[in-house]
Design a protein around this ligand. Structure first.
Ligand SMILES: O=C[C@H](O)[C@H](O)[C@H](O)COP(=O)(O)O
Length: 226
């Protein structure tokens, strides 16, 4: 029986095959993406492959640069040929929740500027309905207590994210409020409602933007396409 980490590695290494020489590649964030980066680093070292990576977090930028990747920011490129990223939950429509690591705003900015988006996950992330994983909502620090009250009044069970005993801050210095909803019946309606709330910077619902999911399973990598 393979561990969850081994399944992440299977997905990350398989997805590295989607990257071709000369591409501009959006590089996601998280523990599964680390395996993708390791695989791409090996191709750079062993095959002399060359591509431009556009990272979705400072962590990914540093990790990729250490592996010899040419790193550019989103402002320095026109469009990504492909973005490969992890996810926290994916439903049968290939809609997902992202932001478990707090990187959802840069991740979404890079994804919406990509010709194709692929996600890499271990099989535990594939779900029938989104919502068991708490939905991250990135908000401005200023006035966030009021926003928590509004989200609470809507029944969304908001909890301000804390890490190592301190309020968590994103790469942009914002705060994350995680919504413990258990199930999300209408992801589109919820996405619209959250986007329309003053103080919300971005939320972790990634809808209608992904065409490929590479799943690490006990039987190897499975590539799902839309
Ligand atoms: O903010 C983090 C990202 O959305 C990650 O891609 C997501 O949380 C999945 O991370 P992991 O591969 O570590 O499970």
């Amino acid at each position: 029986m393979k561990t969850q980490d081994e399944l992440k590695k299977i997905a990350g290494y398989k997805a590295a095959e989607l990257v071709e020489d000369g591409m501009i590649v959006g590089l996601g964030t998280g523990s599964t993406v680390r395996y993708l980066l390791d695989a791409l680093g090996e191709r750079i070292k062993n095959d002399g492959m060359h591509f431009t990576g556009v990272p979705t977090s400072k962590r990914t930028a540093d990790y990729g640069a250490n592996l010899g990747m040419q790193i550019k920011s989103l402002d320095e490129v026109d469009q990504m040929d492909i973005t490969i990223d992890g996810a926290d939950e994916i439903d049968p429509e290939m809609n997902g929740i992202k932001g478990g690591g707090g990187a959802q705003t840069w991740e979404k900015l890079v994804a919406v500027n990509s010709k194709q988006v692929a996600w890499i996950v271990d099989e535990s992330k594939m779900v029938d309905q989104l919502g068991k994983f708490p939905l991250p909502v990135e908000v401005l620090a200023y006035g966030h207590h009021q926003l928590v009250e509004r989200l609470d009044a809507l029944g969304y069970n908001p909890v301000v994210r804390v890490k190592n005993g301190e309020t968590f801050h994103t790469d942009e210095g914002n705060i994350i409020i995680d919504l413990h909803m258990d199930h999300i019946n209408d992801p589109d309606a919820l996405a619209d409602a959250l986007s329309n709330m003053t103080g919300v910077v971005e939320h972790g619902l990634f809808l209608h933007m992904t065409q490929t999911v590479v799943v690490g399973t006990q039987d190897g990598a499975k590539v799902l396409t839309k």
